[in-house]
Write a protein that binds this ligand. Structure first.
Ligand SMILES: [Fe+2]
Length: 178
């Protein structure tokens, strides 16, 4: 039997839930991948600002949060790349030996970068507990080594990986729900 809308206090109440009819389109794999790259580039800028201000002792209080976020965001980006994007590329280009080797190399770089990000957190804690003035150059060198390497990795992926993802479907097609 079809239920009719009831009227309570002048408001029509329908016996079913009305959902929004605006259709949300999931980002493409290319867009999601590029979004993660942009997040990492923003992190590099923030880390560079920290490195630039070490010798004057500015921004030190923000350092622990920034370095913690670096580890967290790096893991999130790598998880997307390795669990969503790279498997899709491997499925799409199974004969492209060069690409397959490149993906393996990039995964190795991810592993190293995560380790480096964790080391930075520990080194910064130690840096703060000693004499920051005396060790600013040393820690700054370590910090610059990290974000310079990360920028090269991002530039490579933007040039060689992003174009390969073009047209490979949407993020949700690949099972991503993050
Ligand atoms: Fe990557």
């Amino acid at each position: 039997m079809i239920q009719k809308p009831s009227k309570a206090a002048g408001t029509v109440v329908y016996p079913f839930q009305v959902k929004s009819c605006s259709r949300q389109v999931a980002p493409t794999l290319e867009q999601s991948f590029d979004g993660h790259l942009q997040t990492k580039l923003n992190l590099c800028c923030a880390l560079e600002t920290l490195a630039d201000s070490l010798h004057i002792g500015a921004n030190l209080a923000r350092g622990p949060d920034l370095l913690h976020s670096t580890s967290t965001l790096l893991r999130r980006a790598h998880s997307f790349e390795e669990q969503r994007a790279f498997p899709e590329l491997r499925r799409t280009y199974p004969q492209d030996r060069r690409l397959l080797d490149t993906l393996t190399r990039l995964e190795g770089e991810h592993f190293e970068d995560r380790g480096y990000a964790d080391e930075l957190q520990e080194a910064f804690t130690e840096f703060l507990s000693t004499d920051p003035d005396a060790h600013a150059n040393e820690f700054g060198y370590m910090l610059r080594g990290f974000f310079s390497t990360l920028r090269r990795h991002i530039a490579f992926e933007r040039e060689h990986i992003v174009p390969k993802l073009r047209g490979l479907g949407r993020t949700h097609d690949a099972g991503d729900r993050t």
